[in-house]
Structures are given as C-alpha cells and as structure tokens.
Design a protein around this ligand. Sequence first.
Ligand SMILES: C[S@@+](CC[C@H](N)C(=O)[O-])C[C@H]1O[C@@H](n2cnc3c(N)ncnc32)[C@H](O)[C@@H]1O
Length: 322
Amino acid sequence: MLDEAIAEKLVIEKFSSTPNTFCIAAVGCSVGPNTFITKQNILEAMGRKYESKALASKLPEFQVFFNDHATNAFNTLFTTFPPKKCYFAAGVTGSFHSRLFPKSSLHIVHASYALHWLSKMPEEVQDKDSPTWNKGRIYYTRASGELANAYAAQFSKDMDNFLNFRATEIVVGGMILLVMTVIQDGLHRSQSAGGFLYDELGSSLMDMEHEALISEALINTFILHVYTTTMNEIARLVERNGCFNIERMKLTDPILNVEGPVDVQMCTMHIRAAVEGVLTKHFGSEIIDEIFTHFYQKAAKYPLIESKYKKRNLLFLALKRN
Ligand SMILES: C[S@@+](CC[C@H](N)C(=O)[O-])C[C@H]1O[C@@H](n2cnc3c(N)ncnc32)[C@H](O)[C@@H]1O
C-alpha cells in the first residue's frame, strides 16, 4: 500500500527545483526493526518510481530523520541499523504534537502505530468531582459516554495540531503515510482488541491492589492517554483540517495471524512493548514483571480474546499536502 501510494500519488517532478536531497521523517519511530523495514520499503518504492520515469540517474540522496521522545532508546536505534542502509540518518527528539522540523523541509512523514498516543490525558479525567473522573479504571473502554467524548475531543485537537505542524514542515505535494489501529465503524469501543487488552490490564492492576501489591492512590492517578479512532472519524478530522488531501485509505487485517488461535503470550508481549514505558514511569520498574504476569494469567482465561483480536483493524492512510 505504501508502495502504491508512492507509485501513484507522489509527483516527484514537483520536487525538482528543491536541492537534490529527499527528506523523510519517521515520527514515533521507537527502536526498530519495524521502522527500518518501512524506511527500506519507502526507499525501494522511490527507486522504482524514478526508474519508471526514466529518471534513475537523477535519484536524489535520502536523509531520514528518526523522531521519538528524548527518553527513547536512541542508542539502541543507532547501533542496530541495517548494515546496508542507503540513506543518511539523524535523530530528532521531541513530541510530534509540536514543531520538529524547519519549514518546507520534508517530503514524506511516516508514522506507524504512534498517533494513538494523545499529547496528554484529557483534563476532565483528573477531576474528582466530575462524572468523567476515571476512578478504578485506566482507560475509557467501559467508561461513561462523557469520558469517551473527552478522549475523542483530545484526539481531535491533537490531530488538528499534528496536521498543522506537519503542513508547515512538508513541501507542497509531499505526503504523510500513516499506519494505525482503528475500531471498525459501527463497533462499540469495548469490541476493539486494544480496548479489551487495556481493560484487562486495568483489571490486573485492580487485582494487584486487592493483593496489596499496588496502592489504590497510584491506580487512581494512572490513565493511559491513548485513543483508538475509527476510519470515518479520522477522515472527518483530516477533511476538516484542510491542509492535506486523502489519497489512499484502506483497512486491512491486524498484524496477528487471523487464521490460527491467538497466542496470549504474543498479546502480552505486544501490550508490554506498547505501555511498559508509561507503566514504569508511574509504578516503578520493580513491579513491571508482576503486572504482566497478572495480565497474562487474566487474558489467558478469557475465551473472547480470539474473536476480539481477529477484527480487521489496521488502517493505512496516505495524505498529500495541498
Ligand atoms: C508502538 S511504538 C511504534 C514504533 C514504530 N513506529 C513501529 O511501527 O514499530 C510507538 C512509539 O511512538 C512514540 N511516541 C508516542 N507519542 C509520541 C510523541 N508525542 N512524540 C514522539 N513520539 C511519540 C513512543 O515513544 C513509541 O516509541
């Protein structure tokens, strides 16, 4: 899909007047290997594009910026580069919910499995006197409509800011390529794999409170500030923002094998990779193994985990700067 978007929608002739460097930013890159694989795919797609236009001799040099929070393991990232990378690489720290790059300096921004992180938790969630106070839960899946609306409102603000910042940084004709998990339109949020897993994680933390392993106060002050959008919602937000045109939008299967039974150990690894950082920051590193042992035991008992994981929920979105 990424290949198709570049082949069919990127007009390279538009960039001919700019210096002969093609700049790609991977925002929310983490440490690889996914981020390396996608950069390689983008570069190969670019190579084919130049060849198809008989412009192979004009292939630009590629600069790839790897962005994540300053706390990301950048040393691991930079010491595990594939041996034959054909681009210049640089790290850029900071939040993608802010300006990261100079004006009109990028051609492609790629973000996979990252934009569901909100810039902050919705303020209402922290208000003990409000119906949106999220006592005893770490997520909004089974919460009131008001709380889910507060998450949606924060996501809407964040997306608008993200698109505005990227619109400043990307040249006209440049693209944003997004991969994100979504909830199928029409499904309740509790029917999403992410919602289910985060709920089970919350419930594992509550069990640990009952076992006096974690204090209630610590749980009540922990909220996961991630939000799962839908295809319609994100399309609406992009259209309302107006800086980018939707060129491709496709829902595909989740990363996990849809044929065989779901491997709970694998689910545990996925969720651990996604949230270990924020859990460690809040609860401390000593308790992390215990949290995921509780999570594994809980998730393994749940018969619905299979069907929840098998919903078509991976969205690929290609946007072009107007
Ligand atoms: C699940 S990982 C995805 C990593 C990689 N893109 C991939 O496809 O495997 C999400 C990454 O997004 C990063 N992230 C979340 N919010 C961010 C923000 N506001 N600015 C920069 N990075 C962010 C996290 O630190 C994490 O490394």
